[in-house]
Design a protein around this ligand. Structure first.
Ligand code: FAD
Ligand code: SF4
Length: 470
């Protein structure tokens, strides 16, 4: 037990709250909403951990971070040791501390949550990772093994690719990432907005990979600029982590009107290209005064909160089920509500209505009610007859989901795909092609950052084993 504090005293400490920017101020700027804990608050929160022998929280973490160990070191105010443990287990801890759905993962398994509130593991992860970024001189240096002489190509610079790159470089392999865009991070940079995940955090996490010798070639589309067979010839192994960024269409009339965006396009314009956000940005974005976002996941929340920050008077979530079924993180829903976002539930879009010049003027909707549970276990939305109405809007954003992009896979006919076009891979990421591994959203479909990272980690271990057996 750390710090000689009795279990009774630990149990008496209440869970800390995350300081946040005021909602009326932040709903008009892109500054980070969550402000982070002070050292005192972080240590006190860490002291709430009762250091369970069976470590259930670790089971809830897809990359098996040694949670009680780093939290225990933080409780003792030994920040270097806490950072060493965290960085050893998680390639992107400052990212995960900000965007992971901890309430469904580690924190959902925390025994403190049985009769009260779980330890705020995500807040503590963020605190230690941020401290580590500012105190690199106090961190233990990781010694690299001698080079193995093996070369691994990674397709995609998102969380799966970055995690695999770190693990493989630490095993002594030469790692080259091929990235279609001109910057790192994948969805972390082009999808998740600055007010949830500042870009400097991604830069700092990626810098650590550079120090391990990982090289990145930008503006290379595997499937166009270079093909998978070419990569297989040049490298000893390939890890495909190109995500699933192709928008799912709404398939309703009016989808081609001016003022309709797919979520990824809208977010990429604002996040990656700075449209409407950074002075001098050359990429435009239609800001809209009445903006409707269709969908109920994290992507929909990011779009609606972005629309609000770009000046929308009415920024609205249109969702065909109820708030209870929404897949978005609870914190995102809370923040969106505080920022004045309207939640129009049990409503489905029928068509997008345009004016005579082809600009969006309204969203034709229909009210829904919940019926019997469907195959996913969620109650099926059923249309209410005669409930059609028009909602006046000038921008519509489709945030119902994404699919695998076929660009890469079209150049590799022997690569097995499922019926949705996702690459089929076993639990070690091994695909139907020898020496080709895959993980993250391209295998799972749209999932989470930490699951993509978990795939990166397990695939790197499998690649390592495969290379040493050759
Ligand atoms: P990606 O992050 O998609 O990265 C793939 C990379 O590959 C990209 O950089 C892409 O440019 C590149 N690429 C694509 N095709 C090629 C090609 N042919 N050649 C070369 N490079 C290519 N998850 C959470 O856990 N918490 C959240 O809060 C959260 N919010 C989200 C918000 C939004 C807007 C979105 C879209 C997703 C969100 N997710 C969230 C999901 C999470 O971001 C993804 O599950 C995760 O990023 C998947 O990681 P990945 O590495 O598989 O792919
Ligand atoms: Fe600490 Fe909760 Fe993990 Fe137990 S389950 S070790 S209390 S974080």
């Amino acid at each position: 037990m750390t710090n000689n504090i009795s279990v009774k005293d630990r149990m008496a400490i209440e869970r800390t709250r995350m300081p946040e920017l005021d909602a009326t101020v932040r709903s008009r700027n892109f500054e980070e909403v969550n402000q982070g804990l002070s050292l005192e608050a972080a240590i006190q929160e860490a002291q709430r951990c009762i250091q369970c022998k069976n470590r259930p929280c670790v089971e809830g973490c897809p990359v098996s971070v040694s949670i009680p160990d780093f939290v225990g070191k933080l409780a003792e105010n030994d920040l270097s040791a806490a950072a060493h443990i965290l960085q050893r287990d998680n390639a992107l801890p400052a990212v995960c501390g900000r965007v992971c759905p901890q309430e469904h993962q580690c924190e959902s398994k925390c025994v403190r949550g049985v009769k009260g509130e779980s330890v705020a593991i995500g807040y503590l992860e963020r605190f230690v990772a941020d401290w580590a970024m500012e105190n690199t001189d106090k961190l233990e240096k990781v010694a690299l093994p001698p080079p193995t002489g093996k070369k691994v190509a990674i397709v995609g610079c998102g969380p799966a690719g970055l995690t695999a790159a770190g693990e493989l470089a630490r095993a002594g392999h030469k790692v080259m990432i091929f990235e279609a865009l001109h910057d790192t991070g994948g969805v972390l940079r082009y999808g998740i907005p600055e007010f949830r995940l500042p870009k400097t955090i991604i830069d700092s996490e990626v810098k650590r990979l550079g120090e391990l010798g990982v090289e990145i070639e930008f503006n290379v589309i595997v499937g166009k600029t270079i093909t998978l067979p070419q990569l297989r010839e040049e490298f000893d192994a390939v890890f495909i982590a190109n995500g699933a960024g192709l928008p799912t269409m709404l398939n309703i009339p009016g989808e081609n009107l001016k003022g309709v965006y797919a979520a990824n396009e809208y977010l990429t314009r604002v996040n990656l290209m700075g449209a409407g956000r950074l002075p001098g940005a050359t990429t435009p974005v239609i800001k809209g005064k009445h903006v409707a976002i269709i969908g109920g996941g994290n992507t929909a929340m990011d779009c609606v909160r972005t629309a609000r920050r770009l000046g929308a008077d009415r920024a609205m979530i249109i969702y065909r089920r109820t708030e209870k079924e929404m897949p978005a993180r609870l914190e995102e829903i809370k923040h969106a509500k505080e920022e004045g976002v309207e939640f129009i539930m049990l409503t489905a879009p029928l068509s997008i209505v345009g004016d005579k010049d082809g600009w969006v003027s309204a969203l034709a909707c229909q009210k829904m009610e919940l019926g019997e549970p469907d195959a996913s276990g969620r109650c099926k939305p059923v249309p209410v007859a005669g409930s059609e109405y028009e909602l006046p809007v000038d921008v519509v954003i489709n945030a119902v989901g994404t699919n695998a992009n076929p660009l890469l896979t079209a150049t590799a006919p022997d690569l097995s795909l499922n019926k949705w076009g996702n690459i089929v891979a076993d639990e070690n990421g091994m695909t139907s092609l020898e020496g080709v591994f895959a993980g993250g959203d391209i295998v799972r479909g749209g999932a989470t950052v930490i699951l993509a990272m978990g795939d990166g980690k397990s695939s790197a271990a499998a690649i390592n084993k495969w290379l040493s057996s050759k």
